[in-house]
Design a protein around this ligand. Structure first.
Ligand code: UDP
Length: 331
């Protein structure tokens, strides 16, 4: 049966994709967004869009009292490692304080299921080839720290107020699905930047650091497809009917270096992609690769897109079809 779900950050890259998948599964969805990063055009017509900021406790209180949500998926956040090393205050306010506002509403209104977007950045620099859920968490940047602090709050809100939760630690989300793709202004993520270079919209891509202790000296990341990520959200939503607290890492278990991503993008696009060697970006750990064995074993999650070129292909198709991203895009 359809449930009433609140999706914060519902106009963002990942949030809007989840909104679409929830709608396809018959749920009644409210997307909440302040449009600081999100795009109105990304929200499917059938969802209700509420434009407010999570700092507005009064508006949140009214929304919760009137809407009687069954569950919350909390995507809204500031999510840039580099920026967090310059503006930690923005990360603690937007990610920690605003999540607390939302959790208080859940507790007060007896919303007992909460799915939280956490991140690989909570782990810092673990010295293992595959990061599992028990790997030590020592964030190297305020972004990862802010998400870890929310994980800690969730633990206590569950114990004391009965708000059940699932923490999903995303590795590097990429790709496009059903009209949803990555469009940030300004763009800072590797794959969309590389594709903009392929389109001739940027001259080159900077490679941030080539002296890391990795095979080719550039950072290694685990790229997970947006659709597979959205599917994991539906799985945990269901699992929380029986479980109090869940935490899963979401990745493909394969690491690709910055250079490998660029090379794969050259293959997919058939275009030259000039690079410029640049200094390291502060806050970047050398290697982040997930073990997603736990969610596979417990909930049967199996990525549909597990090859890097395939993931990049979906993103490339989207960039070709919507050269201006969501600007002026119709459903
Ligand atoms: N990166 C890069 N050039 C860019 C953007 C990113 O070399 O223009 C690197 C970045 O340092 C990191 C990796 O690519 O090692 C992925 O970065 P992204 O910002 O896409 O995601 P993050 O890992 O920060 O979540």
């Amino acid at each position: 049966m359809g449930q009433k779900i609140l999706v914060t950050g519902g106009a963002g890259y990942i949030g809007a994709t989840a909104v679409r998948l929830l709608l396809k599964h018959g749920h009644e969805v409210t997307a909440l967004d302040n449009l600081s990063q999100g795009h109105r055009e990304a929200v499917p017509d059938r969802a209700r869009l509420v434009l407010t900021d999570l700092s507005n406790r009064e508006a949140l209180g009214t929304l919760f009292r009137e809407s009687k949500f069954d569950a919350v998926m909390h995507f809204a956040a500031s999510a840039l490692v580099g920026e967090s090393m310059q503006l930690p205050e923005k990360y603690f306010r937007n990610n920690v304080t605003n999540s607390l506002n939302l959790l208080e509403c859940c507790a007060a209104n007896k919303v007992s299921r909460f799915v939280f977007s956490s991140t690989a950045a909570t782990f810092g620099d673990p010295q293992t080839s595959l990061i599992d859920e028990n790997s030590p968490k020592n964030p190297l940047n305020p972004y990862g720290e802010s998400k870890l602090q929310v994980e800690a709050m969730l633990h206590w809100f569950q114990k004391i107020h009965g708000v059940r939760y699932a923490v999903l630690r995303f590795f590097n989300v990429a790709g496009a699905w059903d009209g949803h793709g990555e469009h940030h202004d300004p763009e800072s993520h590797l794959i969309p930047i590389v594709l903009k270079v392929a389109q001739g919209k940027r001259e080159s891509v900077s490679v941030f650091g080539s002296d890391y202790p990795t095979p080719d000296g550039t950072c290694v990341r685990d790229y997970v497809h947006i659709y597979d990520l959205a599917v994991a959200h539906l799985l945990v939503l269901d699992a929380l009917k029986e479980r109090d607290a869940l935490a899963y890492n979401l990745g493909n278990g394969n690491g690709f270096s910055v250079r490998e991503v660029i090379e794969a993008s050259r293959k997919v696009t058939g275009r030259p992609i000039p690079t410029v060697e640049s200094p390291r970006r502060p806050g970047d750990p050398p290697v982040l690769v997930a073990s997603s064995a736990k969610i596979s074993k417990e909930l049967g999650w199996k990525p549909r897109y597990d090859k890097l070129e395939e993931i990049i292909q979906t993103a490339w198709d989207w960039h070709q079809k919507y050269p201006n991203g969501y600007e002026g895009k119709k459903e």
